[in-house]
Design a protein around this ligand. Structure first.
Ligand code: PXL
Length: 277
């Protein structure tokens, strides 16, 4: 029999452009040699310019999809993206609690990169209270980190907080590691920092690329999930996944009228194919 690739289960909303969401996860996970399984939480209608509509699936459908996979296959890593509703968050929290040995990597999706809201305030609270304590890693961008860490405090506190303070608060809520990405900061370079509950901290600095990308966060988080599924340590997985994501952004293409789409299969292209980027 052929060898079985590591199985990753992603809970995500669909994106018809394949820039972000479920399709981005599937492309990334397959590109890094995992078998992607999936639970569809919602269907979005969007193009590379913005989100037009969202249909969220009922929690029973989430549960049935997840149990079908989990009772059939050995999943090694869970990845969470857009979850759709408080009811979905609650049912996903229950499912994950039944599999404490499966690593959980959570993209704290609150809005799309262009600012379309993808999680209500009530959902943000449910994510913080029910999912964050189960996570091996959460991957907020700096805005999401401030939001989640200072949800119960004043906007002033939220805006003035250092990212280190945000990380400290998020770790205190129960996750093992926090990777805060720096794309939204007004710095020349992009610095991403991984904080661990044991006090560890490591930063990576990247040249800021010029484009506006659709699905970079989904790509990074899925790439980390894939690297963990292959047995890398958290720090190795985060380092490796950033290298991969940077290459996908470097090779990004613009198939529509809006944002660039990361090329998750950059390594499979002929050099001659990349002329029209
Ligand atoms: O990048 C976050 C994200 C996740 N899931 C879906 C999305 C987006 C951003 O647009 O559309 C379905």
């Amino acid at each position: 029999m052929n060898q079985i690739p590591p199985v990753v289960l992603t809970f995500a909303g669909t994106d018809p452009t394949s820039g972000a969401g479920l399709q981005a996860d599937i492309l990334t996970l397959s590109s890094i040699g995992c078998h992607p399984t999936s639970v569809v939480t919602a269907v979005t209608v969007q193009d590379t310019l913005g989100v037009d509509n969202v249909m969220v699936f009922d929690a029973e459908w989430i549960e049935e999809q997840a149990r079908a996979v989990l009772e059939d296959m050995e999943v090694v890593v869970f990845k969470l993206g857009m979850l759709g509703s408080v009811e979905n968050v609650a049912v996903i929290a229950e499912i994950l609690a039944d599999y404490p040995d499966v690593l959980l990597v959570m993209d704290t999706v609150l809005a799309s990169g262009r600012g379309d809201e993808l999680a209500s305030e009530e959902m943000q609270e449910a994510m913080r209270d029910l999912l964050l304590p189960q996570a091996s890693l959460i991957t907020p961008n700096s805005m999401e980190a401030r939001r989640l860490a200072f949800m119960d405090d004043s906007e002033d506190d939220e805006e003035n907080a250092s990212l280190e303070e945000c990380a400290r608060r998020l770790l205190a809520l129960g996750c093992e590691h926090v990777l805060i990405t720096g794309t939204h900061e007004r710095s020349i370079d992009v610095t991403n920092t991984l904080y661990g509950r044991n006090g560890s901290m490591r930063s990576w600095r990247w040249d800021r690329l010029p484009g506006s990308y659709h699905g970079s966060g989904c790509t990074l988080t899925s790439a980390i999930a894939a690297c963990l599924a292959h047995g890398l340590t958290m720090e190795e997985a985060v380092a490796e996944a950033q290298e991969y994501t940077w290459a996908t952004l470097k090779g990004a293409f613009r198939p529509g009228m809006g944002q660039y789409i990361p090329d998750r299969l950059f390594w499979a292209r002929d050099e001659d194919d990349s002329q029209n980027n």
